[in-house]
Design a protein around this ligand. Sequence first.
Ligand SMILES: Cc1cc2nc3c(=O)[nH]c(=O)nc-3n(C[C@H](O)[C@H](O)[C@H](O)COP(=O)(O)OP(=O)(O)OC[C@H]3O[C@@H](n4cnc5c(N)ncnc54)[C@H](O)[C@@H]3O)c2cc1C
Length: 187
Amino acid sequence: MANELVKLGGRIFERSRANKISRENGTTMIETLSGRVRAKDVLITCGGYTDRLVPKLADSYIPISTYMVITEPAKELISTAIRSTSAIGDSRRSSDYYRLVDNGERILWGGMITTRQAEPARLGILLKNRMVETYPQLASINIERSWSGKMAYAKHLMPQIGKLGEGLWYCMSFGGHGMNTTAIAER
Ligand SMILES: Cc1cc2nc3c(=O)[nH]c(=O)nc-3n(C[C@H](O)[C@H](O)[C@H](O)COP(=O)(O)OP(=O)(O)OC[C@H]3O[C@@H](n4cnc5c(N)ncnc54)[C@H](O)[C@@H]3O)c2cc1C
């Protein structure tokens, strides 16, 4: 996507967090630590965590944490439970989603959603328990690493796409809808 954008004449400025957005003489001004960008139209696609950049947006979503683990390499054991190389997800509201990685050596497993800001203690064990509920034959597998991240869910649970004012648009809060919808929304 970045390559296509550059081919079309776009410019990308990495490591330039937008700290302030204001409107001056018919254009929108974005201030970063080291510079300013002036634009006719600004589209905010910051996931959800914009702090007070646009206070109205900061108040519009619920921070939801979600959790991931990766198992130790255990190809033989894993193949007794999962043989598909496809991504798998169940249909619970707080669903589990997982797939084989490293050529079937490991399982990358995601699941649980909470509104907690802090990572739960024993996160790996919590997700491992969910894994074993689904595949009891994986009871002896070890979790090598676990981590969490925050998704943005809008209060109405649908993505937020719209216009805040002249020259200021937003497209965010895709938590629970999948990365695919972010690209669809861009159209
Ligand atoms: C642990 C975890 C697991 C997930 N698993 C899946 C999954 O398996 N499948 C799936 O479909 N989705 C998954 N998601 C959800 C998915 O990652 C998000 O829905 C998706 O990334 C949202 O895309 P986005 O482009 O709206 O925002 P993001 O991908 O969050 O991108 C926003 C960007 O804006 C930047 N930004 C923020 N503030 C500023 C600022 N002030 N100035 C400049 N830049 C800024 C951020 O640095 C970031 O690069 C998961 C999320 C988490 C946290």
